[in-house]
Design a protein around this ligand. Structure first.
Ligand code: SIN
Length: 306
């Protein structure tokens, strides 16, 4: 019988009982998934992306299936940061898991206000989203230019009393350049990758399937891109990484950890199977046990060079 593996990991000083986190935008605030199992079984949750004020998001259609993936153009639909703090956070706090608030702003100042409110409210970490491809203001504009990414990071850090993790976009020529700028600006951790910009067209109507034309691609199709980017970034910066992009089983998570991630987020897989994060956790534990590891954290950055 394989031995017990210590699944606990640390991400910028935040202790996770296991390395599996629900990815932002795929798990809401946990309420629906909490009907299937106790959320305390997760290492953490990155909550649905918050903005300073409530947003209705983009008009439908805003979701489309793709081979091995999903294209979304949700547009940051959310109840706003204050509603999250009063309605959702107390509910989440009934469970024993790290609560990571994901935030997007139209201006650096908005990021600062949200960081102050969320720090005071007692979230465990803030994930600063500079990579949403589905909004006009902010979003990807901050994530594709090193000086703007650095500015948002500095403002977020200045207004936070909890660790700040910056979520990077794959829609750039050189993700390492952005990662370095964010590291120099004082970030405590990085999460990557957000979705890849994509498009589908209905050949009969000749219209784009998404109302907003383009969206962000996630799901198993993007895993090799995520592994490559986590590996490149982890070779270039010292910050801990939350790896994500197409994880649906333990082996996918193990690849991201070997590439350099300290923990992994499970996203699109949750739509097809609410139990996906738990299956990823168990699959990861089995791989570590079969490989004779005492701690799953021994996988982080352990990819062997040729
Ligand atoms: C969205 O709400 O449009 C997705 C958020 C993101 O991709 O960052």
């Amino acid at each position: 019988m394989p031995k017990q593996v210590d699944l606990s990991v640390e991400l910028a000083g935040v202790k996770l009982k296991n390395p599996v986190v629900a990815a932002s935008g795929t798990f809401g605030f946990g309420r629906e998934y909490g009907q299937f199992y106790d959320l305390s079984q997760l290492g953490g949750i990155c909550c649905k992306g918050l903005t300073l004020h409530r947003r209705e998001g983009n008009p439908p259609p805003r979701i489309a299936e793709t081979p091995m993936g999903i294209l979304n153009s949700v547009g940051l639909q959310n109840p706003g940061v204050e509603d999250f703090i009063s309605q959702e956070l107390p509910e989440l706090r009934r469970h024993d898991l790290a609560v990571i608030a994901n935030i997007s702003g139209d201006t650096p100042e908005e990021y600062g206000i949200m960081c102050r409110l969320l720090s005071a409210a007692g979230v465990d970490m803030i994930e600063v989203n500079i990579s949403c491809p589905n909004v006009k203001a902010g979003g990807l504009a901050y994530g594709t230019r090193p000086e703007l990414a650095a500015e948002v990071t500095q403002v977020a850090k200045a207004h936070s009393t909890v660790p700040v993790m910056v979520k990077l976009s794959p829609n750039v020529t050189d993700i390492v350049q952005i990662a370095k700028a964010v590291e120099e600006a004082g970030a405590d951790a990085l999460s990557l990758i957000n979705t890849l910009r994509g498009m589908r067209i209905d050949v009969n109507t000749r219209r784009p399937i998404l109302k907003r034309n383009t969206g962000g691609l996630s799901g198993p199709a993007v895993l090799p891109v995520a592994v490559r980017m986590v590996w490149e970034v982890s070779c270039a910066v010292k910050l801990p990484i939350l790896g994500m992009g197409g994880v649906s089983k333990g082996e996918d998570a193990a690849q991201l950890m070997l590439a350099g991630a300290s923990a992994v987020a499970v996203g699109a897989a949750c739509f097809a199977d609410p139990y996906a994060p738990l299956k990823v956790r168990d699959g990861l534990a089995e791989i570590a046990a079969v490989q004779g590891l005492d701690r799953v954290s021994a996988l982080t950055g352990a990819v062997m060079p040729w």
